[in-house]
Design a protein around this ligand. Structure first.
Ligand SMILES: Nc1ncnc2c1ncn2[C@@H]1O[C@H](COP(=O)(O)OP(=O)(O)O)[C@@H](O)[C@H]1O
Ligand SMILES: N[C@@H](CCC(=O)OP(=O)(O)O)C(=O)O
Length: 267
């Protein structure tokens, strides 16, 4: 694939399990993430963050006993949690001199030309102004994501909309294993996937945690979507956001879903 030093635009997705704790947001993790992303931006790389966590943060703030299962409760939690999430992101990114913005989109955006063009224009303009846009599903009006837990696909759609050179999904796991590592101790990490076929798909299961929702299956769907649009994707562990430096130095632990170099990226 194209060398990491040539990456000019990156989309990073963080899952709920990475940025939340049992009783609210993981402030330490969000602070580290804001620092690393601001630093990468200062290196001259355009950054877009796709962040989950609204439902989980909202459920904590509303003192719900468990992650809500009713759609309207999830949507109410997302509405509360999204505020909290952006407030905290703004606080930490501001500390590092970085301006952020919020974009709430839906997966249907790709099928509808007018909103699609508007979102593309908005993101391009924000990136020209040096902003780090933070994207989430508009959970209160569209429920695909919180019904199926698929901000992973949303991140691949975002990468396509901004013509990213690379999509990185930071998860609670090091990457794709040949079988579910939370069930099998002998599961082995797969460092590179050259194409998603039924064998690769059969390795993935859903999430074992009660915060993350999509599991590995939705990450493979995201990888499929990204590779159809010639965007390489990496799954890596978000427990240390500094892994993003390792990725850009091409010296990381994770799974790369590779694409052919000649058709790769536009920046
Ligand atoms: N083959 C596999 N390789 C890695 N993880 C897997 C696999 N199959 C299922 N999983 C599960 O998927 C989880 C990651 O998904 P999820 O919890 O939804 O993360 P996130 O919140 O980051 O989106 C892992 O922690 C693991 O339990
Ligand atoms: N839009 C929802 C996303 C839910 C979701 O996909 O979560 P995750 O599996 O943690 O990426 C939220 O912000 O809570």
């Amino acid at each position: 694939m194209k060398e990491m030093k040539d990456i000019k635009r990156i989309v990073v997705k963080v899952g709920s399990s990475t940025i939340t704790r049992e009783n609210g947001l993981n402030l330490r993790k969000i602070d580290q993430l804001a620092m690393v992303l601001s630093d990468i931006k200062n290196k001259g790389i355009d950054v877009v963050l796709v962040s989950s966590g609204a439902v989980s943060a909202g459920a904590s703030k509303l003192k719900m006993k468990t992650r809500p299962s009713l759609m309207r409760e999830k949507q109410a939690a997302a509405s509360v949690g999204q505020c909290e999430l952006m407030f905290i992101y703004d606080k930490f990114f501001s500390q590092y001199g970085q301006t952020i913005s919020q974009l709430l989109i839906t997966k249907t955006i790709t099928a509808n030309e007018t909103p699609r063009v508007n979102v593309i224009n908005t993101m391009e303009t924000l990136l020209q102004y040096g902003v780090i846009p933070i994207v989430n599903e508009n959970d209160s009006i569209a429920f695909d994501e919180i019904a199926y837990g698929d901000n992973d696909t949303l991140s691949a759609i975002t990468a396509y909309l901004v013509h990213a050179d690379l999509l990185v999904i930071l998860s609670d796991i090091d990457g794709l294993y040949d079988k579910n590592p939370s069930k099998y101790d002998d599961a082995k990490l797969i460092p590179v996937v050259d194409g998603i076929n039924s064998h690769i798909l059969s390795m993935a299961e859903d999430a074992s945690s009660n915060v993350g929702t999509g599991g590995m299956i939705t990450k493979l769907h995201a990888a499929q979507y990204a590779s159809e649009h010639n965007i390489p994707m990496i799954i890596a562990n978000g427990k240390q956001p500094s892994i993003l430096y390792d990725i850009l130095e091409d010296n990381y632990k994770g799974t790369l879903f590779d694409v052919k170099e000649e058709s790769y990226g536009t920046h």
